[in-house]
Design a protein around this ligand. Structure first.
Ligand code: NAG
Ligand code: NAG
Ligand code: NAG
Ligand code: NAG
Ligand code: NAG
Ligand code: NAG
Ligand code: NAG
Ligand code: NAG
Ligand code: NAG
Ligand code: NAG
Ligand code: NAG
Ligand code: NAG
Length: 755
């Protein structure tokens, strides 16, 4: 007994210090594919360096000696553009561009953001947020993220990473993993009793939902991953070997460097051994004293230090940074640089394409699009500029303000980009009124009550007739436009998904105006039930936070210059309590809903949503037909588990196309339009999957009266489920049903395949 115990003990020590458990690039465990050349260059560069120089590379320092030099990476936050700087563009936030469901536009925006980083002097973008995914609808950073649907997030983040790397900057992706809320994310913000929360999710949930999009981003060349502030299974993410060595590097085949969020690194050797590679925020934990002591007494191995250094340098070669003379950013935030080029055009285009028309009752000359109305009235603080701006600093941590008193185009915290200007609806609609000869009234306040003395001065018998009140303006207008927003950002979650003041305002207007149109800009899901069924609410446009061209994008859609084509990226519930999860306030956050996030939960529980995931109308209508599926690679489907070599994103054959679904879509209306056709997959029982899950989407432009064919390519991975016992992706045996539709609840046809 004693002998056995001793040998186990030694085996453990050897495992902890001498073996890499298959996550060091030098082990050759990973087929680097397109990153092989960069790896060879990185290895050659590192091989000539001293250990002290390697330690400088990984602790984000620079050196310059005869023959070799290195400059630390320059990184700063921004999914949607740089923060702090003057003269840079403010792009639509993540929750806006995701609503376009347009791969090319997402790529165009990521490329343009990358170009601005480069031109200002940054070479590492603290970029796309794949986490939070969107488990918690109140999540404060949902405006920076993609969608609670892992497939949609994966496809768009992959496009984004590839495009941003092509600008010659390293596209960093964040935050690994299970960082789904702001509340209790850091012990510094709360009281001394607060603890950093731990997210605990089952293995199946972890793979099928939260890790899923990372595979696409890594496959597309993501070379920098930021680990998060929360704990997972009780261990801080940035020193969680299970997460970093095992899940990220070994299973997802990640070849680049892991770096910590600010204040997310808590140890020197614990984090280095768990898989943290590069740290601008080590606060002295990673200086040469600690590395040399660790190398001496075995707390850190030579192999691991070499792996850290190679992983840190590989991305530099991968995006081609050695081919240029990079000028790093100066601290002069106010200096003029011409970096914006035609980005305002991309911003306006993304904005217009991202809007979802949720409702449109356009009989009797009401609803949308507008056609030279004689009179318009605008309501709500969100219709025009706030009192100061455009870059009032929006730190939401510690405040309970969830409605911004002015037009909202950005989230708060580190995701807030720097607006060079802001077109509000008030600007764009006034310009339009000049062209059309329209009269405009406004009340840019959500709770305005007119005082009788003010009334007699402004209106009354001597004035212009209509008194400044919701009811007077509303009854005098052909069209009443209500603007509402919801505000959130890094550091705090929202407390509700609606706002009483705004809802009351809309009802007041609608009770006096039979053509009330609501424009909603949200940070995350917004419950609309206080007024959505009001007979006088004729249309609703719903979108994310759109950046500097916001008002122009609104006008483009309101007037029909852009035919709306955005589709919801989350479910809009009738009641807040219909969602499967909300903010967790305990030290351990159990993801008890499992894989049933967003629409998967509504389907499972048979809950009728107000508007389903994927919904969005157009000024025309589309008819679907001829849904068909065929296997394109039969031999690949003949085996259950992938056998390919581990490459970027996972086993290579997971990414092989195995089947193709096709359908025809006809534009039946009299205007041209774009449709986002969606493919939902129902698995055989064995796979234990939700009733249906998104596994494809195609956005097509279809001229009035014509038809287009759409094709959805399915990869082996798309037909697989995570087999917990085998710890592998598995293709299930049985019947797969492929449904094509205009939303997750508006399926227009299906086809089946038996494997
Ligand atoms: C991998 O190795 C590290 C340190 O070498 C060790 O702490 C960790 O437990 C190992 N992980 C697995 C999954 O074996
Ligand atoms: C989490 O945050 C809530 C609200 O701020 C607080 O009441 C609670 O004590 C915190 N929980 C922990 C475990 O820190
Ligand atoms: C956390 O623990 C659960 C339950 O033991 C396990 O299924 C899951 O894989 C663990 N998560 C990570 C990241 O290791
Ligand atoms: C990196 O290591 C060097 C050498 O020990 C040290 O002087 C420097 O302060 C460290 N930098 C950081 C950011 O810890
Ligand atoms: C190695 O030295 C460091 C620095 O003194 C110390 O923190 C660590 O605990 C030591 N490790 C071992 C295994 O002795
Ligand atoms: C970088 O600068 C050096 C020295 O000024 C110059 O010779 C070289 O051509 C430059 N390289 C590029 C890619 O601009
Ligand atoms: C912006 O300019 C780029 C490069 O000159 C061009 O490829 C792109 O089509 C332009 N985009 C728009 C929306 O005008
Ligand atoms: C809105 O109007 C109310 C009532 O007239 C007033 O008390 C409030 O200060 C106004 N809000 C803003 C942001 O101007
Ligand atoms: C709808 O608007 C008209 C005014 O056009 C008003 O008379 C009517 O009461 C409104 N309906 C409701 C339910 O408020
Ligand atoms: C809406 O109200 C206006 C008067 O404000 C009236 O002229 C029009 O007929 C009404 N339209 C409908 C469809 O009720
Ligand atoms: C608000 O959403 C509308 C559509 O719902 C969009 O046109 C507009 O640009 C958005 N504004 C902001 C500030 O995000
Ligand atoms: C597939 O379509 C058929 C007829 O179009 C319908 O009866 C059936 O319910 C659909 N099946 C699924 C799983 O959607």
């Amino acid at each position: 007994m004693r002998g056995l115990g001793t040998s186990l003990f030694f085996a453990f020590v050897a495992g902890a210090t001498a073996s890499s458990n298959g996550s060091y690039l030098a082990d050759g465990y990973l087929d680097l594919g397109g990153a092989s050349t960069a790896y060879e260059k990185a290895k050659a560069f590192i091989s000539q360096l001293s250990n002290e120089e390697k330690s400088l590379i990984v602790n984000a320092s620079s050196f310059n000696r005869n023959g070799a030099s290195w400059s630390e990476y320059e990184n700063t936050d921004g999914v949607s553009g740089l923060n702090f700087y003057y003269y840079v563009s403010a792009f639509p936030m993540g929750n806006a561009f995701t609503q376009t469901w347009n791969r090319d536009l997402a790529a165009a925006q990521f490329k343009a953001v990358g170009d601005e980083y480069k031109a200002v002097g940054y070479n590492l973008v603290d970029g796309a947020l794949l986490g939070p995914l969107g488990r918690v609808p109140e999540g404060g950073r949902q405006n920076e993220a993609f969608s609670p649907d892992p497939y949609l997030s994966g496809v768009l983040s992959g496009e984004g990473v590839r495009a941003q790397n092509s600008a010659g900057v390293i596209a960093g992706i964040r935050h690994f993993l299970l960082y789904e809320q702001e509340t209790n994310r850091s012990s510094m913000l709360g009281s001394s009793t607060s603890e950093v929360y731990s997210s605990n999710a089952a293995d199946k949930t972890l793979h099928e939902v939260y890790m899923w999009p990372w595979a696409d981003a890594i496959r597309s060349g993501a070379m920098a991953v930021m680990c998060s502030m929360n704990r997972v299974n009780g261990t801080h993410s940035c020193q969680n070997s299970d997460l970093l060595n095992d899940k990220l590097k070994s299973q997802l085949g990640f070849p680049g460097f892991v770096y910590p969020d600010e204040s997310a690194q808590f140890s020197a050797y614990g984090s280095a051994n768990a898989g943290l590679d590069y740290s601008p925020y080590s606060d002295g934990l990673w200086d040469w004293d600690s590395f040399s002591a660790g190398l001496k007494n075995g707390s850190l191995t030579q192999d691991r230090l070499d792996d850290m250094a190679v992983r840190t340098v590989l991305p530099y070669y991968f995006v081609g940074l050695e081919k240029e003379n990079f000028t790093s950013a100066s601290d002069d935030y106010t200096a003029y640089r011409d970096v914006r080029r035609n980005h305002s055009k991309i911003i306006r285009k993304v904005g217009g394409e991202s809007l979802s028309l949720l409702k449109n009752d356009n009989g009797n000359g009401r609803g949308l699009p507008l056609n030279k109305p004689r009179s318009i009235s605008l309501y709500g603080a969100h219709a025009g500029p706030g009192v100061v701006g455009p870059n009032h600093a929006w730190s939401v941590a510690g405040t309970d303000a969830e409605v911004y008193q002015g037009h909202l185009a950005q989230g708060g915290g580190s995701g807030q980009t720097s607006l060079p200007y802001l077109i509000t609806p008030f600007n764009s609609l006034t310009n339009r009124a000049v062209e059309d000869g329209t009269a405009i009234w406004w009340i840019m306040n959500n709770t305005y009550t007119s005082s009788s003395s003010g009334m007699s001065v402004i209106g009354g018998s001597m004035g212009t007739g209509a008194e400044p009140s919701y009811s007077e303006y509303a009854s005098a207008s052909d069209v009443c436009l209500c603007f509402i927003n919801s505000w959130s950002g890094e550091g705090a979650d929202r407390s509700t998904l609606y706002n009483e003041e705004q809802d009351t305002m809309i009802n007041k207007v609608a009770s006096n105006c039979n053509n009330t149109i609501v424009v909603v800009n949200i940070s995350g899901p917004r419950v609309l039930d206080a007024w959505i069924e009001h007979e006088n609410v004729t249309a609703v446009i719903y979108g994310g936070l759109l950046g500097q061209e916001s008002g122009n994008a609104i006008a483009d859609v309101l007037y029909g210059d852009v035919n709306p084509s955005g589709k919801l990226i989350h479910t809009i519930a009738k009641n807040e309590s219909d969602y499967p999860a909300s903010v967790c306030e305990t030290a351990n956050c159990r993801f008890t809903e499992g894989v049933y996030v967003d629409y998967r939960w509504f389907d499972l529980k048979g809950i009728e949503p107000r508007y389903p995931f994927g919904h969005g109308l157009s000024y025309t209508s589309f008819e679907y037909s001829d849904v068909d599926v065929r296997v394109t690679n039969r031999s690949a489907l003949a085996y259950k588990y992938p056998w390919g070599k581990l490459g970027l994103g996972g086993e290579a054959d997971l990414f092989d196309e195995v089947a193709k679904v096709t359908a025809s879509i006809e534009n039946k209306g009299d205007v041209d339009g774009d449709e986002v056709a969606q493919l939902y997959l129902s698995f055989p029982k064995e796979a234990k999957q939700p009733i249906r899950i998104l596994r494809g989407f195609e956005k097509v432009s279809i001229a009035s009266g014509s038809s287009e064919k759409v094709g959805f390519k399915l990869r082996r991975r798309d037909l697989s489920y995570w087999d917990v016992a085998a710890q592998k992706w598995a293709v299930a045996n049985g019947k797969y049903t492929f449904s094509i539709g205009a939303s997750s609840r508006d399926l227009r046809g299906n086809a089946t395949l038996t494997i």
